[in-house]
Design a protein around this ligand. Structure first.
Ligand code: FAD
Length: 379
């Protein structure tokens, strides 16, 4: 049996950033994944670090956390590249949001105004100015805005770098663990995998869009998360570079990476863990993509993939200790896991090892749902 201070169940961006943050503070850590480390939704994502362009006033707490997370990213990217001795393609060119058809104009103007109100830096552009920035945009693009502060990273390189750092720092990694169970032990918890048992003082559940691990232990925790399916495409623009910036419309986005990959996404579907690539949603994404960048027609398709955004009941993250003493959550990152995880990891690591609960994650504690459940029981 492995003995450790903290066992993290789940080796996506949430689990790996946390493993790094904990070991940097001197804790011993084991990461257990039912499959391969980095094999979940974190490697499907587009890698946009964009709290601004998706900002909505009603999500103010989430937007504010996203802005903080983006500020932290500037420092974090450099630290990862130094520690892992590799580049992760962190890019700061900014994001262009455009209207391709008449119905888009109202939506992007509304988005623009909301962002102004939040004090976020955005610059209005005419269709001509949009095409000066990205010459392959369709002639039907009539207006847009530019968000200088929305950035991006190659999330697959990031996952590789994080794994490398964790290995160097002595994190124990257990992959292909199959069904993982959690039970109370003496002075802590026992995590049992098909190929290993781990005894830990504390456990962090970072299993993305499923909290099934709690089904028999604490069923109400298992219901805090649902998967929101996303289908996404990877094209190859290395022979014919079409875009330099992240470009978005209300219907589709494009994230160009430095290796020539052009990511086009994504659907948003409430259909559980359906892992099939289905033609309908893919067709809608492709149609919107083609209307925005007609020259896309010629690009080779490299990959189509499906991921599951971890959505909590209120679409805000779930960060901190649960009603089970010594068991924490690091999930609920929904559309923003790549953006949120590095900062969230620092703050949860402080909470776990230094017993400090930072103001910035207080609102995201899982206990916020306890009252809701208590009221339901009293009905
Ligand atoms: C199409 C798409 C595009 C996206 N684009 C972006 C973007 O541009 N920017 C952004 O910030 N976010 C984006 N997201 C959201 C982002 O991908 C997620 O928020 C993030 O990846 C969640 O990370 P995670 O570590 O919580 O989950 P995951 O990456 O899914 O990792 C969870 C891990 O836990 C393991 N696991 C699950 N259950 C168990 C169990 N019971 N026992 C053991 N192990 C278990 C899995 O095998 C997996 O390795 C996108 C999502 C999708 C679907």
């Amino acid at each position: 049996m492995i003995g450790t201070d903290v066992c993290i169940v789940g080796g996506g961006i949430a689990g790996l950033t946390l493993a790094r943050a904990l070991t940097l503070r001197g804790g011993t850590v084991c990461v257990v994944d039912r499959g391969k480390i980095g094999g979940g939704t974190s490697s499907v994502a587009a890698g946009m670090l964009a709290p601004m362009v998706e900002a909505r006033l009603q999500e103010r707490e989430v937007v504010e956390f996203g802005c903080e997370a983006l500020r932290f990213w500037r420092e974090f990217a450099g630290m990862i590249e130094r520690e892992a001795e590799m580049e992760i393609d962190y890019r700061q060119e900014g994001t262009l949001v455009v209207a391709v058809e008449r119905d888009h104009i109202g939506i992007i103007n509304h988005l623009h105004d909301e962002q102004r109100e939040l004090g976020l830096p955005v610059e209005s552009l005419s269709g001509y100015e949009c095409r000066k920035l990205e010459s392959y945009l369709s002639p039907t693009v009539s207006e847009g805005f530019f968000s200088t502060s929305d950035h991006q990273v190659d999330n697959r390189l990031l996952l590789r770098g994080l794994r490398r750092i964790c290995e160097v720092q002595g994190v124990r990694i257990v992959e292909d663990a199959g069904e993982v169970t959690l039970e109370q032990g003496v002075g802590g918890w026992i995590v049992t995998a098909e190929n290993e048992s781990i005894s830990a003082r504390r456990v962090v559940v970072a299993t993305g869009a499923s909290l099934a691990i709690f089904r028999s232990l604490q069923p109400k925790l298992a219901r805090l998360i649902r998967p929101v399916k996303g289908q996404i495409l990877r094209l190859d623009q290395s022979e014919m570079p079409l875009l330099q910036h992240v470009v978005r419309t209300p219907d589709v986005y494009f994230a160009p990476k430095s290796d020539g990959t052009l990511i086009v996404g994504a659907s948003s579907e409430d259909r559980g863990f359906d892992s099939a690539v289905r033609l309908g949603p893919l067709y809608e994404t492709l149609q919107a993509a083609w209307e925005t960048i007609p020259a896309l027609y010629e690009l080779p398709v490299v990959e189509s993939a499906v991921g599951f955004r971890p959505a909590s009941l209120d679409h805000a993250p779930l960060l901190g200790e649960t009603s089970l003493e010594g068991v924490y959550l690091a999930t609920g990152y929904y559309r923003h896991g790549i953006l949120f995880a590095p900062l969230a990891a620092e703050l949860i690591a402080e909470e776990i090892l230094e017993e400090k609960r930072d103001e910035r994650i207080r609102a995201f504690n899982p206990a916020r749902f306890d009252q809701m459940y208590a009221e339901r029981q009293g009905d």
